[in-house]
Design a protein around this ligand. Structure first.
Ligand SMILES: *Cc1c(COP(=O)(O)O)cnc(C)c1O
Length: 357
């Protein structure tokens, strides 16, 4: 008998969420962001379910090559570009579109003969201060790319730091527009999921949704259900043992949870080595047989405990949902002080994955 844990990936949910992104994107081209193994959903599987996208955005060469070997012909955007001059041979061979965010990359490009011309994305730092060129260095960067006969089309891009938050995009958008004003004809790409859903003025020529494709909300105050997104990953397991506690008895490492009265506790085959967040405190929502209960005690490597008091029919073999259908990953993440992004990406390789339509 295999351990009962598994992640069920709904291909239909991925396709549905892509439709939702399209509905917001207007006529813009759409990069499906599939970095980090498609946010834990499996790169090839997700790319094929998201075949309606205009291209795929990721950042590992390995992942890009995996897609090409799987027969993907669409454009592939490398969100961190190339890391050294040798990478440029792979960029050409696999027809990848690198983001160029530093003078070091521009010099590598100028100094390396390419087998074929490439397209590039020129990254503008509009205030996030992570990657990109800002006002003073964008002109030399642009000129160097334009002067390089190996570079075909240049798209101007930026990334928002707080499209989901209180600051929004207004200041970054204004600063981006000022920086790129000297290059009026060039195509532009700005929006992640949050910007796409909240600020239609950021659609420009290419949008770059990630998290919404997987059915999670980028916002703390708007649920995936309100956004009409469907969870693509459901993490399921089973109860593998049951304990009956007397008042004052405690559960798990550190004895951190103490039973106030008599209670029944179910032990679930899922722990932090499966990708469940160790910081999820007692009270984190869990479904048993589709009914909501809460975790009790610390998350251990391979197990968590849940409150089964009042769950008459529940026992060994009862089905447990850690997140996904019926229990948004966003809620579990919020309880653990993190984001659904982190939960999805952290799904451990030891968890078997099955596909659902
Ligand atoms: C990850 C990423 C995205 C997608 O962001 P979501 O919040 O998941 O929609 C878009 N653009 C860049 C540059 C990224 O790194």
């Amino acid at each position: 008998m295999p351990r009962p844990i598994r992640a069920v990936i709904s291909l239909g949910a991925l396709a549905h969420n892509l439709e939702r992104a399209r509905a917001h994107a207007g006529n813009a081209g759409l990069w499906a962001v599939v970095k980090a193994n498609a946010y834990g959903h499996g790169l090839r599987r997700a790319a094929s379910a998201l075949a309606g996208a205009d291209g795929y955005a990721l950042l590992d060469f390995e992942e890009a090559i995996t897609l090409r070997r799987a027969g993907v012909q669409k454009p592939i955007l490398l969100l961190e570009g190339f890391f050294n001059a040798q990478d440029l041979a792979l960029v050409c061979e696999h027809r990848l579109t690198p983001v160029v965010h530093s003078m070091a990359q521009i010099e590598m490009l100028a100094g390396t003969p390419l087998a074929a011309p490439i397209d590039a994305y020129l990254k503008i730092n509009s205030g996030m201060n992570r990657l990109g060129f800002t006002l003073d260095d964008v002109r030399p960067a642009w000129n160097a790319l334009e002067a390089n006969p190996q570079v075909r089309r240049v798209t101007l891009m930026t990334h928002f730091a707080d499209a989901d938050g209180a600051s929004g995009v207004e200041a970054q958008l204004a600063w981006f527009e000022e920086i790129v004003a000297p290059f009026p004809g060039a195509p532009r790409s700005l929006a992640n999921s949050a910007a796409l859903l909240r600020f239609p003025e950021t659609r420009a020529d290419w949008v770059r949704p990630g998290i919404m494709l997987y059915g999670c909300s980028p916002f703390a105050d708007r649920s995936a259900i309100e956004l009409e997104l469907e969870p693509a990953m459901t993490l399921e397991s089973e109860i593998i043992d049951v304990q009956r506690l007397a008042p004052g008895e405690r559960v798990g490492y550190g004895f951190s949870y103490e039973a106030a009265g008599e209670m029944t506790v179910g032990v679930v085959a899922c722990g932090y080595a499966d990708g469940y967040p160790r910081h999820a405190p007692s009270g984190t929502p869990v479904l048993v047989g589709g009914v909501r209960t809460r975790s009790v005690g610390r998350v251990s490597m391979d197990m968590i405990c849940v409150d089964l008091s009042g769950f008459a029919g529940a026992g060994i073999g009862s089905r447990v949902t850690l997140w996904g259908r019926g229990l948004p990953a966003d809620e579990v993440a919020a309880s653990a002080g993190t984001l659904s992004y982190e939960l999805l990406c952290a799904l451990a390789p030891r968890v078997p994955v099955i596909e659902a339509p």
